[in-house]
Design a protein around this ligand. Sequence first.
Ligand code: AMP
Ligand code: MG
Length: 682
Amino acid sequence: MVDWAGGNDRGARPTADAIWACIAREGRAEEPVYLRNRQMAETWIAATLEAEMAAGRRVMAGFDFPFGYPQGFCYALTGSDDPLALWQWFEARVEDAPKANNRFDLAGEINLRFGGHGPFWANGLSREIEGLPRRKTDYQNPFPDRREAEQRAKGAFTCWQMAGAGAVGSQVFMGLPVLERLRRRFGAAVWPFEPLTRPVAFVEIWPSLTLGAAPDGWIKDAWQVREVARMISSLTPEELGGVLDVSAKEEGWIFGLGCEDVLCQAAMRPPRLSNNCFALPPGVHWTPVSEALEQLRERLTPVTGRETLDVSAAMGRVLAADVAAKRSNPPLPNTAVDGYGFTGGRGDGVHVLPLAVGRAAAGDAPGQVAAGEAIRVLTGAALPRGVDTVVLQEDVTSTDGQIAFRGPIKPGANTRKAGEDVVAGAVVAQAGARIGPAQAALLAATGVSEVETFRPLRVGVLSTGAELVEAGASARAGQIFDANRPMLLGMLRRFGHLPVDLGRVSDDRAALAARLDEGSATADAILTSGGASAGDEDHVSALLREAGAMTLWRIAVKPGRPLALGQWQGVPVFGLPGNPVAAMVCALVFARPALARLAGENWPTPQGFDVPAAFSKRKKAGRSEFLRARIRDGQAEVFASEGSGRISGLAWAEGLVELPHGAMEITPGVPVRYIPFGSFGL
Ligand code: AMP
Ligand code: MG
């Protein structure tokens, strides 16, 4: 997508009103590219089209200026109704260099052919140009003022205005010749004039059709071109076909006009994960925990849609966009105590001030107090004009009509300044934060009533194993109760996701595939337990491998055998080990941050702290270890057995001790890193 510009070179530093371009694929936009002049833009676009065609990809190139003029102009100027004849006409006559071009002279020339009073108006130069009126009042247009598309698109500009704020006249003059050359060179099809059967299509866009103001800190053109690229590339092929199904033979049309809701819905849809998001570098045997986490952090992106909610309904939701304060807190200077207000500080000694009639209480609009007088003020009251200092009521003797108190008192004492907490416009909550009670208070105080959030992540939980029966059912010899499912479902609820119970399946590949089909239709991500290793009955890893996008992550961690990470019909699947202890540790250490990313949340790093060990242990180098632990008398105790089937130890523990990758000799008193379950979001 390209945001065009009709003016001269804009300089080396990225700035507004220049040409900005952005490439998006499958709902993901790259960084916007700044193009300081049209010559650079033409080169960049040509190189991009060349590279994309060489890679066998199709390109829809959008440009934000009219591809045609109001009815009748094309024929009157070129003798043909074919709008592309107009493109050729301009290409043959426009002269363009970074610092000069002939657009105003050409507009004047065209006007002279029609009697010299239009259709073009506004001259951006200081010299007079024959035939080009400066003002619209000296102007007569032999053609309609607007195309049908411009009549329908609220706020669109007419293409006859050559200069002034928002004028698109110059953009068309300086855009069509470039597109005409690129069209010929790449055989591009021009929408909606030609069928889109070729690898490159040129489409007229108008970002403001669906986009408002840019967030703080963005150049509007850069932000708009990125958003519009992301939005259009999020459309399904069916939606795209529908939006492109337009007939406007001569005047052209604006992409998305009349289908704004389709575009806006697409923009709210998250992109799919890339196919290889779980790939590991080849040849690596045992990946250290920190590296595994880094990989997940880099590759995973939000997969849930967005939804705007009242703050009251957004508790527990993840913010999808930064939130700025609508109002300062406090909005006005006010008093922090009950007392008496006046202007200025006072030195040592006794001070007597006449007392104004009335008082200022919380909620009162600020009144006025005469210089040298004091007024009764109550906590939270906006300071009346003429008051900037407050003396505590306990320090004052008041009689009828006057107060007395002892100095010194500093100017501004006992007051709160406007905006001392938050200034209007400041970011009070960032995208990726989860809204808790404290955030709700801050949003309310700063006048924010609605926020853009991610929809909650639906996470399926599936247990696998021929030996498993439902807790509470009768178990035959050789069978055990399914302990992982209640554990994982409960964990997900604590993490703030929506758990989806996918039940149990036996060690049967067809049944497992059917259940994964079901799960991927209802959930955004799936946790399985059991069958994740590489043995005969490890069907989860086998199936994911057959499905293509699977890697067995051999992470250097105890407890935890290989973790099978893959995708089933585009839905990420975390194949956790079957042993409940390993399943819980892997879920806390790996699945939790990964799911947070998928839910749009900031990457959580569990905060721990060093405490003296109450135990002894010798640990080899080459892997991290997590021990079930709790703190008693300021020391970390660990569960007596490290066996990964010992579920009693999980319930006994209140956190984990993390031992680092290297070797360690632990004796009582040696500091170890303790991470409470609370830090893991439990
Ligand atoms: P697997 O990873 O399938 O080889 O299982 C490893 C161990 O974990 C075996 O002893 C399984 O019986 C046990 N196990 C697997 N799934 C569960 C479960 N949902 N609840 C309790 N134990 C399980
Ligand atoms: Mg098993």
